[in-house]
Design a protein around this ligand. Sequence first.
Ligand code: TPP
Ligand code: SF4
Length: 522
Amino acid sequence: MTERKLLLGDEAVAQAALDAGIGAAYSYPGTPSTEIMEYIMESEEADERQVHRKWSSNEKTAYEAALGHSYCGLRTMVSMKHVGLNVAADPFVNSAITGIDGGLVLIVADDPSMHSSQNEQDSRFYGEFAGIPVLEPADQQEAYDFTRNAFEISEKFSLPVLVRIVTRIAHTRADVKLAPPQPPANFSPNRQHNRYTLIPLNARKNYQLLTEKREKIRAAAESSRKNRRIAGRDSQLGIIAAGIGFGYLEEFANNGELPHPCLKISRYPLPRQKLRDFSERFEQLLILEDGAPLIEQFLQDAYPRKKLLGRIQGPLSLTGELTPETIKPALNLDNEEQDSQFQLPPRPPKLCPGCPHADSFDVVKEFLELNPKGRAFSDIGCYTLGYLAPYEAIHTCVDMGASITMAKGAADAGLHPSLALIGDSTFTHSGMTGLLDAVYESTNITVLILDNRTTAMTGGQTSIGADSLEDICRGIGVSPEHIHLLKPLATEKKKNLKLLVEESNYDGVSVLILRRACIKLR
Ligand SMILES: Cc1ncc(C[n+]2csc(CCOP(=O)(O)OP(=O)(O)O)c2C)c(N)n1
Ligand code: SF4
């Protein structure tokens, strides 16, 4: 009997990778992709098969480890949130040039509407940019099926394959039909050293090979059933629906029949000919894609005079996620009465009562009141909430690791006092190299590592360097007398403030480690 499981989209992807016989999974946490790795970590099946699975320091190290595993002939999955791919972009783009051995599947969870992210970039562009195949499931069943298939495509073309999911697929559950599992491949390290050694002599040849592969993967996307026409009731309008856009369109089907004929897109590079053939049959087209208007831009360039309903010309917004509600007006199926039933009051995030970060902010806030010319460059984590009232203790949050480096740049410009606030996990993700820059130039900055012993913001994953922070700072070259361990508690406030004032007056790099466990860890 076929096995079925009720799975989140994230879990469907993870189960598919296990069933595809992976030897390892690598990841750094980030909403909405975290549950992929958590599922694999807790899986008994993965335990029995001894699938290697541990959190990595960041997305770049995760991607490179996956490439090394694939190099040995074994299938591997690496997962991350969309901004994580910015961090992993270097090995990701270059792995298209080296090619892979064991199937390498990259799962990227995009976050349209920025439910828990700094931006809403669309990872399909990364696929086009690197020249690799991208699959975009419309629901949890496709998340499972496409991930299984992604390993085959990866091995067929010797290329990594990107599977793009979005928050609403990652974090909603559906019944998923599983396919029989496959045994893992045999360990067989690569012998073609010219493929993986990207000196110009080899890289030029490999890049030429990649351009030839691009034609093949484009042809495969053109002929794929993942990109197919589906009949609909009213041919006044043609719809092109990608990924979850198709899932939303299906909500308006009547007895299984779509309101308008549709071209469903789930495999990239863009099947340009298929898009043209479909588009030429309609005077008006509606394009449903959750993210940036990748398909719509192509059609606008190809048919400047055609009426295109979508994100560029409206009525859909250029930003924010698609929902059945947002596409309803474009389908002339608006029903305001029903909409208003689902309005929930907003619930702004706040620190948990008793959070150690609150006591650190009390100190920083008072310090900034004493030093109004000072600035506190922050990073990403629970402590980003220090921006909001009642703390209002930080002034920036741009990307992981940017606190120390921005504090350094500002100090280089003459800003004083220049504070950097960074969590323990973010510090080992991408703060350490910035600290080295500051030590190298003996820049006058004061770094506060808010060490709550975990990666709290994404649900409390292991913070893999938390036990070595003092050693790391010493190793990077911060003078031991300017590394201090503090306890963020109301009773220690006076002492902590005094030390912060003293260290901010030291003309060099100081590090204060404010250590108290996140209350969720108890
Ligand atoms: C490149 C990138 N990867 C992952 C994330 C998701 N993320 C945001 S903050 C964070 C780490 C938070 O841990 P820590 O710095 O220890 O702070 P805490 O939340 O524990 O206070 C993660 C994983 C992100 N925003 N950007
Ligand atoms: S989860 Fe932990 S670190 Fe985050 S706000 Fe709550 S107590 Fe603070």
